[in-house]
Ligand binder design. Structure first.
Ligand code: ADP
Ligand code: MG
Length: 685
């Protein structure tokens, strides 16, 4: 049977070299690929009931059989070709019309019996169907009538009936379709068999069976995905017998005791979960998720103190230099009185300073190292790394996470992200991590008021900024996202800087920040903004992540239509961090419907989780997080947004079965079948 699945698609009747080539463009090479093709979920055609012509309803998709009466091609006044086919049954006549498809109607001979599917137009007592699908029923070969038929994502050169025919042959030639899911799971979740499911996915007996078939196959795919993720996680844990940190001692107690505020309930719970992981002998693999401004930094900082207390070094890695610097300042200030040695390691470090620092890291004379990707470089050797915190995980791939694990003896790993990730995504993209969430913001925060204006209101907008400045506040201005080139972005920010400083904000101390500035220049601008010397910071999106200036109360986003929802939310999160009422002003002239929807969502919701769900709906999961980039396989039939309920069941099933390590062998073939031998091989190693 396996052989049949692996035979070349050319084995099937009707597939010569030319068709093989066309099929290869649809990624179909073998008989198995044909069977694994997934019909478009909402396009099945119900061809079980034929209507009479007199029953056809206006604007409905209808199916009927009839006999050809005449066919003709006409030239219209505006030089179109109008191809017409007149058909009839015992209740009336209908006209099938094609534009600019010469001789289309002539393919059908008078007296031929045909079946017609298409959207009906009734006008002047005449029934017309434009671009209908017309099939002759006199032809040889299997007929796809009297049943529900699939519609495949086909190319122009391959017809639906051709594909249906292939699938039918492939299924018919398949003597056995063996089960892949362990039988106890089939029973527990009341799934139909794989064989029944595949047959009904292509040629459903009825709608109910189609539904069951889809459920079963989605379950199967997600089940094996979850097995893949859970086995990966277990392997991590097994080969990463990690560091067993002790319960909190004096250093942790003084760190907690001297914080300038009380931790929120969510922060405490997250910290507790992290501590338990660190105190276990397994290595921690945890994701700390929290909306912008929810206070993740202090939680991560306390975890780092804990590893230091246990005699280890801690590292925290940020995606940008500015953010690394900010973490450095925040943490070294927050824990200044504890005698902990902090160091900042970024790419901008001078050669001698860098080699000095590397020596200190190697001999253990610094405790907490804060940096960018620079920490990942080969020459950075830690004396004894106990905990790694990576910030803004979604910018790093799974592979980099693995790389970090090779530095030192299986340190604990904490991944932080401010991009709220819908639950379905945490279960898939981050399925190998445990998750802690900080849901509520620190007390006293007011929601940021979000307003939308056109550029014609610029004067009013910046007058509003001036009023805030007069009250001692500060403002951000983010420049439109131009092309994906730092140089062009820098130019656009520079232009905006001139426009504002020479007009609307004349006389106000403004700073300009973009990726083309030198490290020293950036440092200076950021420092000046943080300490209030600069009142308005005009910048590209380099400030998107993490920057914390509680006195800033206005975020102006020029060209707001250029930004995605998640990014806008991140930008808005830069304000509303202090006790003052804050504003986010979106400037755009776009009247595009999608844009309007996106900006309206932003104005309506302050909760990053809700926005992330909306963003997923608008853009689809692939674009938001780039699952590919995370080293995850593509899904063929499951849709992690629509199939959440099944996803949760499949995860439970995978957990249940993998509780018994003996069962791993049982699911490996399924993983190989779905995601290829590469994945299965990794797990087998
Ligand atoms: P993010 O989760 O975006 O990294 P930060 O860690 O930058 O958020 O915290 C945002 C702001 O909230 C900081 O100014 C921080 O000092 C403050 N903060 C954090 N936790 C608390 C708390 N429990 N009470 C009051 N303010 C807090
Ligand atoms: Mg541990």
């Amino acid at each position: 049977m396996a052989d049949w699945w692996q035979l070349s698609v050319g084995t099937l009747k009707g597939v010569g070299p030319a068709k093989s080539r066309q099929l290869s463009k649809l990624n179909i090479f073998t008989v198995g690929d044909v069977i694994n093709m997934v019909p478009v979920s909402d396009k099945y055609q119900d061809r079980r009931n034929f209507k009479k012509i007199e029953q056809l309803q206006d604007s409905c998709l209808e199916l009927f059989s009839a006999t050809v009466v005449s066919s003709s091609d006409l030239r219209t006044k505006n030089r179109l070709t109008l191809s017409k086919l007149l058909v009839q049954d015992d209740t009336g006549q209908a006209e099938i019309v094609w534009f600019n498809q010469k001789y289309r109607a002539r393919q059908y001979k008078v007296g031929m019996k045909v079946v017609i599917a298409g959207k009906v137009k009734r006008q002047y007592n005449m029934i017309q169907i434009h671009n209908a699908q017309v099939d002759s029923v006199n032809n040889d070969g299997p007929k796809f009538y009297g049943c529900i038929v699939p519609v495949y994502p086909a190319t122009e050169s391959i017809s639906q009936d051709f594909l249906r025919n292939l699938v039918k042959q492939a299924l018919d030639g398949c003597t056995v379709i063996s089960e892949t899911i362990p039988v106890e799971i089939i029973n527990k979740f009341v799934l139909i068999s794989r064989k029944e499911a595949l047959i009904n996915l292509h040629f459903p007996q009825d709608w109910d069976m189609l539904n069951k078939a889809r459920q079963r196959l989605v379950f199967e795919e997600l089940f094996f995905l979850q097995c893949l993720l859970l086995i990966t996680k277990k392997k991590h844990q097994a080969c990463n017998m990690g560091i067993k940190h002790a319960i909190d001692g004096r250093l942790m107690q003084s760190a907690l005791g001297q914080l300038p505020y009380q931790l929120t309930a969510d922060q405490l719970i997250a910290l507790q979960e992290i501590k338990l992981d660190m105190e276990s002998k397994m290595s921690m693999q945890r994701l700390l998720q929290g909306d912008v401004g929810s206070g993740k930094t202090v939680v991560a900082g306390l975890a780092l103190i804990k590893t230091v207390e246990n005699g280890f070094q801690g590292a925290i890695m940020a995606p940008t230099e500015i953010l690394a610097e900010q973490h450095y300042h925040t943490l070294s200030r927050l824990f200044a009185c504890l005698g902990i040695r902090f160091a900042l390691l970024t790419g901008g470090l001078a050669k001698t300073a860098r080699s000095e620092l590397l020596k200190s890291i190697a001999c253990g004379s610094v405790d907490i190292i804060i940096g960018t990707h620079a920490i990942l470089q080969q020459d950075v050797v830690f004396k004894n790394l106990g905990l790694v915190v990576t910030d803004e995980q979604h910018r790093f791939g799974v592979r980099q996470r693995a790389l970090f694990q090779n530095k030192g003896i299986s340190p604990d790993v904490l991944v932080m992200t401010a991009t709220p990730i819908p639950r379905t995504m945490t279960l898939t993209v981050y399925g190998d991590l445990d998750v802690s969430q900080i849901k509520s913001l620190p007390p006293g925060r007011k929601p940021v008021r979000t307003l939308k204006y056109s550029t014609s209101r610029r004067k009013d907008i910046y007058d509003g900024v001036l009023r805030q400045l007069a009250q001692g506040r500060q403002a951000f201005v983010v420049c439109p996202l131009v092309e994906d080139s730092e140089l062009i972005r820098a130019e656009s920010a520079t232009t905006m800087y001139s426009l504002l400083t020479e007009n609307y904000l004349m006389g106000v101390p403004c700073g300009l920040l973009h990726g083309k500035l030198s490290q020293q220049q950036k440092d200076k601008v950021m420092r000046d903004f943080c300490d209030g010397t600069i009142k308005v910071l005009i910048s590209t999106t380099v400030i998107e992540v993490g920057i914390n200036v509680p006195n800033a109360t206005i975020m102006i986003i020029e060209g707001a239509d250029r930004f995605g929802l998640a990014q806008l939310h991140q930008l808005r999160g830069r304000v509303g961090r202090g006790e003052h009422e804050s504003y986010c002003v979106l400037i755009t002239d776009s009247d595009n419907e999608d844009t309007r929807q996106r900006l309206d969502y932003l104005a309506k919701y302050n909760d990053g989780f809700i926005l992330a769900e909306k963003d997923l709906l608008i853009r689809g999961p692939g674009q938001l997080f780039g699952t590919r980039q995370h080293g995850l396989p593509d899904l063929r039939i499951a849709d992690i947004i629509k199939d959440t309920a099944i996803l949760i069941k499949a995860r439970q099933a995978a957990k249940d079965i993998l509780n018994d390590p003996q069962q791993i062998k049982q699911v490996l073939p399924g993983i190989a079948l779905h995601f290829g031998n590469n994945y299965a091989a990794i797990l087998n190693s």
